[in-house]
Design a protein around this ligand. Structure first.
Ligand SMILES: Cc1cc2nc3c(=O)[nH]c(=O)nc-3n(C[C@H](O)[C@H](O)[C@H](O)COP(=O)(O)OP(=O)(O)OC[C@H]3O[C@@H](n4cnc5c(N)ncnc54)[C@H](O)[C@@H]3O)c2cc1C
Length: 449
C-alpha cells in the first residue's frame, strides 16, 4: 500500500537504513520503528498516512547532518528524503526550487553559479538544505546577507493530516512562519523549498591573519571592538585550529571574506583588518587576495571530514570584551586535539529579523567542534566541550539550534514570544503529535540561569 519499501526494525537492511547518510559517526543507539525512502511527493504523503495508520510518530531526514542525529528517533517512522531530488530555476523571478536533501554547497551552489546566481547555503558543502533552512541557516555572510531562512519564499509541506499544501506569506502563513526557524520542532514534512537567490558575487577576496595563541586576548579584544564597523559585504570569522602548514601548535586565525564587485571594493572593505594591533607578530598575513567560493568550500570540507565522531556546542554571546574575551579563553586556547576547532562568527551590527520563528541571536556566535575517531576518547572530548561551554555561560544569551544538542545541555533557542507561538502552531497543526518534535525536550530556558 505504500510506494517505496518500508524497512521495519528487525528486517534485513534496517540497521543500514536507520543511520544512512548520518554525518556524525558517534551514532545514537535510538531504534526507530521503520524507515521509508520515498522518491516522490505522493510517496511522502503515503508515508505520513502509513505512520498514522500504524500508530507511529514521524521523524524526517534530509541531508543527515544534524549533529545530534535528530532524524533517528525511537519507535518512529523515519521518512528519509534522500531519494527526492529536484532543482529548478526560474529566470523570470530568480527563484530556485529545490528538494530538502539537496546539498547546499555541493549541488545547489554549482547549479546556481551556472546561472550567475548565488544562495547563502551552509559553509560545509555537504549540509542538506532541509534541516539547515528549517532551523534558520547560518550561511555565507549571514552578518550582511541575513539568515538563509529569510530567502525562503514558500515551502511545500505534507501536514499531519496527510495533505500536501503550500505555505507562504499568502497561504498557510502559520506554517510559513514556523518553517523559518523552528527546526526539528516543525509540524510537517517539507518536500520542496522555493528560494530567493542573489547575483553571484563578481569578485571574492580574503584576508587571513594567523597568530600564536599567546596573542588571543589582544587580537580578540580588538576584533570585538572593530567588527561592527566592517562593511556588510564581509564575512568575519576568527577561529582556532591546528594548521600543519603553520606548525604543530594550534593558531588563532582572523579571516575576512569579501564578496563584492571588484578588487577595489574588496580592498576597501578589508582595510579595517590592517589596523590589527598584533599584525607585526602575525605568523601569516594574506591581505585582500582573490579567492573563489569553490576554494572556500573545499577548505570547509577539509576542516569537516567524514567518518568521525563529533561533539558540537555553541553560544550566542553578549557583553564587553573585558568579560567576553576571558570567558572564551578555554574554548579557543585549550583545544582537546589537533582536529578540533572553535569559531567566533560575527553577526554585528545585528540586522532586524523579519517575523519568523527564528528569533534569537546576538552579535557574536561561538561554536566549538570536536572530532575524533576512537570511541575511547569520547569521555575526554565530551568533558572538554562541557567545560568550555560552562565558562561561557555568564555571557551566553542562548543557542543556535543548528549546532545544539538538548540531550546534553538545555539552552534558549527562540524568543519567548516565538516559542509560545510555535506551541500554538503545533497544537493547531498536529494535535495528536504525529511529528516527533524536538529531541531532549527543550524548555527554551538557559539551564544555568
Ligand atoms: C559538517 C557540518 C557543517 C555545518 N555547517 C553549518 C553552517 O555552516 N551553518 C549552519 O547553519 N549549520 C551548519 N551545520 C548544521 C546543520 O545545518 C544542521 O545540522 C542541519 O539540521 C542539517 O540539515 P540536514 O538536512 O543535513 O540534516 P538532517 O539530519 O537530515 O535534518 C535535521 C532535522 O531537521 C528536520 N528536517 C530536516 N528536513 C526536514 C524536512 N524536509 N521536513 C521537516 N523536517 C525536516 C528534522 O527534524 C531532521 O531530523 C553543519 C553541520 C555539519 C555536520
Amino acid at each position: 500500500m505504500t510506494s517505496g519499501p518500508v524497512v521495519e526494525r528487525g528486517e534485513p537492511g534496517f540497521e543500514q537504513a536507520r543511520v544512512d547518510r548520518i554525518f556524525n559517526r558517534r551514532l545514537t543507539s535510538r531504534q526507530p520503528a521503520a524507515v521509508v525512502r520515498p522518491t516522490t511527493e505522493a510517496e511522502v504523503v503515503e508515508a505520513v498516512r502509513l505512520a498514522r495508520s500504524r500508530g507511529w510518530q514521524v521523524a524526517v531526514r534530509s541531508g543527515g547532518h544534524s549533529w545530534a542525529q535528530w532524524s533517528v528517533r525511537s519507535d518512529a517512522l523515519v521518512i528519509d528524503l534522500g531519494g527526492l531530488h529536484e532543482m529548478a530555476y526560474d529566470d523570470a523571478t530568480g527563484i530556485v526550487t529545490a528538494s530538502p536533501s539537496t546539498r547546499g554547497g555541493a549541488e545547489l551552489a554549482p547549479y546556481l553559479a551556472e546561472r550567475d546566481r548565488f544562495f547563502p547555503g551552509g559553509h560545509c558543502p555537504t549540509v542538506g538544505i532541509g534541516g539547515f533552512l528549517l532551523q534558520g541557516g547560518q550561511g555565507w555572510n549571514a552578518r550582511g546577507w541575513g539568515w538563509a531562512a529569510e530567502y525562503v519564499v514558500a515551502v511545500d509541506v505534507v501536514t499531519a493530516s496527510g495533505d500536501l499544501v503550500r505555505a507562504s506569506a499568502d497561504e498557510n502563513v502559520d506554517l510559513y512562519w514556523a518553517a523559518r526557524g523552528s527546526g526539528p520542532g516543525f509540524p510537517g514534512v517539507v518536500t520542496r523549498f522555493h528560494l530567493r537567490t542573489r547575483p553571484l558575487p563578481r569578485h571574492v577576496a580574503h584576508t587571513v591573519q594567523a597568530f600564536r595563541l599567546a596573542d588571543f586576548d589582544e587580537v580578540m579584544s580588538w576584533l570585538h571592538a572593530t567588527h561592527h564597523s566592517v562593511a556588510d559585504t564581509v564575512e568575519i570569522v576568527a577561529l582556532t585550529k591546528t594548521d600543519r602548514a603553520l606548525g604543530p601548535d594550534p593558531v588563532l586565525l582572523v579571516t575576512a571574506l569579501a564578496m563584492v564587485d571588484d578588487a577595489a571594493e574588496a580592498d576597501a572593505a578589508l582595510a579595517p583588518f590592517r589596523s590589527n594591533p598584533a599584525l607585526d607578530r602575525a605568523l601569516l598575513v594574506i591581505d585582500s587576495e582573490p579567492t573563489t567560493p569553490e576554494a572556500e568550500r573545499a577548505r570547509q570540507l577539509e576542516d569537516n571530514p567524514e567518518g568521525h565522531r563529533w561533539a558540537v556546542d555553541n553560544a550566542w554571546l553578549t557583553g564587553p570584551a573585558t568579560t567576553v574575551v576571558p570567558a572564551m579563553r578555554r574554548a579557543f586556547t585549550t583545544l582537546p586535539n589537533a582536529k578540533a576547532f572553535t569559531i567566533w562568527f560575527s553577526m554585528a551590527p545585528l540586522r532586524e529579523l523579519p517575523d519568523m520563528a527564528f528569533s534569537l541571536q546576538s552579535e557574536v556566535y561561538l561554536a566549538s567542534y570536536v572530532l575524533w575517531e576512537d570511541e575511547a576518547d569520547d569521555e575526554r572530548c565530551l568533558g572538554w566541550l562541557e567545560g568550555a561551554m560552562a565558562d561561557l555561560e555568564p555571557v551566553t544569551v542562548g543557542q543556535y539550534l543548528g549546532d545544539s544538542d538538548h540531550t546534553r545541555r538545555q539552552a534558549k533557542v527562540l524568543s519567548e514570544d516565538a516559542w509560545a507561538r510555535l506551541q500554538q502552531v503545533c497544537a493547531d497543526r498536529d494535535p495528536d503529535r504525529l511529528f516527533v518534535g524536538y529531541l531532549g525536550d527543550p524548555t527554551n530556558r538557559n539551564g544555568w540561569d
